[in-house]
Design a protein around this ligand. Structure first.
Ligand code: KG4
Ligand code: ZN
Length: 393
């Protein structure tokens, strides 16, 4: 099965083509085409993602990226078997609010034959509404013209699967032990999920305010770092840790550490950093110390809550996913803690490059959903959160 996958939920436009040999979750995958455009530099002046700009940029980038991915996959065949005036009219009607995208698709259909793909997978949520709709409408038009099946994918399920995808060794999903806990930490989400099996997700904890990536980004901004500040802040924290700088703000809160549940709260840490900065000119070493103090506080909470979740549910695996899972210190501390406290629980982190948003993870989740007919109870949570009218599984 060849899957063309589309991701436009935030500030990355991405298209991949992967082949799946076998059924989920035992298939062997191959990434045959992968194209991604990050809008980060365009949003940086706004200090965050600007939804209408994101939408416009997705619409601009998506057809060229599809051409790039199909070219790499050697599936782009010149010709115009799929084009006709009626077709152009129909594309324009479906995309009446995106005339430039409609024109780009019509041009594509005039120039190229239908590629040999079997399935289209597209992120339908969660994410920024205007950004998501570009991908969804694009998928809809392609599916109509090529008469292909579309599967609606939940972005967070993509992050889960990216973390267990062994792209280095065997191109398969790891054979994880269940029950498993997924700790999803991204710019928009912080949540703990219980997975009793593949495709079964129960939310057992979540943030009550900011997501952890959002807290990283906001604190980075307070420290004068460019957007998205997470990785920058983490670099400074690393310098502060290496130099063993004395704490600048040793008493940063660890919100909800002892709340007895699996929920999180990060806005208090961010506010405490703001107070710590109030009226002060920080030296470079002060900034490094404060970044380190912040990273320590956040990490302590993430480790404790993950550990509690694993203990409560007797989990055999902990899957860490989402953009913040790229953070080296969080990885190290989770590994250290689990080796000591839960040595039988296996930890899974995404391969570098698959922690932040990408469309490879959307293809994996698309494959899971395409096969989910054999498991009708699968992913109730994700369907509720992410499904839209185009879902056809
Ligand atoms: O999953 P992702 O690419 O997008 C969302 O779905 O939100 O996550 C992006 C988030 C941003 O907040 C970014 O600052 C954060 O992940 N991030 C990091 C690191 N790398 C990315 N945060 C802390 N340390 C990092 N190394
Ligand atoms: Zn994400």
């Amino acid at each position: 099965m060849r899957i063309l996958s589309i991701e436009t939920s935030c500030d990355e436009t991405a298209i991949s083509i992967i082949t799946a040999d076998g059924d989920f979750p035992d298939a062997t995958y191959e990434i045959i085409g992968d194209a991604l455009f990050s809008q980060i530099a365009l949003h940086a002046p706004y200090g965050g993602v600007f939804p209408s700009l994101a939408k416009r940029e997705h619409a601009k980038a998506i057809v060229p990226l599809m051409i790039e991915a199909l070219t790499e996959a050697e599936l782009l065949v010149p010709g115009s078997h799929t084009s006709s005036p009626e077709l152009t009219t129909s594309i324009t009607a479906t995309l009446e609010r995106e005339p430039e995208l409609a024109a780009a698709i019509a041009d594509f259909m005039n120039a190229y034959n239908e590629p040999e793909i079997d399935l289209i997978a597209v992120t339908v949520g969660p994410g920024l509404e205007p950004a998501l709709w570009v991908g969804v409408n694009f998928a809809k038009v392609l599916a109509e013209i090529w008469n292909k099946k579309v599967v609606a994918v939940n972005h967070m399920e993509g992050h889960v699967l990216a973390s267990v995808y062994d792209v280095v060794e065997d191109n398969k999903l790891a054979q994880i032990g269940f029950p498993a806990i997924a700790l999803l930490i991204s710019g928009g989400h912080t949540e703990l999920l219980l997975m009793k099996n593949w495709g079964q997700y129960e939310k057992i904890g979540q943030t009550r305010d900011d997501a952890v990536g959002e807290a990283f980004d906001k604190v980075a901004r307070l420290l004068g770092l460019p957007y998205p500040g997470g990785p920058e802040l983490s670099k400074l924290a690393g310098l502060g840790r290496k130099a063993a700088l004395p704490p600048l703000k040793a008493d940063l809160p660890r919100p909800m550490l002892k709340s007895g549940d699996l929920d999180f709260s990060f806005s208090g840490i961010k506010t405490a950093v703001r107070y710590a900065l109030d009226g002060q000119e920080l030296t470079d070493t002060d900034t490094q110390a404060l970044a380190r103090d912040f990273e320590d506080a956040v990490t302590e909470v993430l480790v404790k809550k993950s550990s509690d979740a694993v203990a409560t549910h007797g989990a055999k695996s902990l899957i860490i996913g989402g953009g913040v899972s790229a953070n080296q210190y969080i990885r190290t501390e989770l590994n250290r803690h689990f080796l000591k406290e839960h040595p039988d629980c296996e930890l899974y982190f995404p391969t570098p490059g698959l922690s932040t948003d990408n469309s490879i993870m959307i293809a994996l989740a698309g494959h899971a959903r395409a096969n989910s007919a054999s498991n009708p109870a699968a992913a109730k949570l994700f369907r509720a959160e992410g499904n839209r009218s185009i879902a056809s599984t």
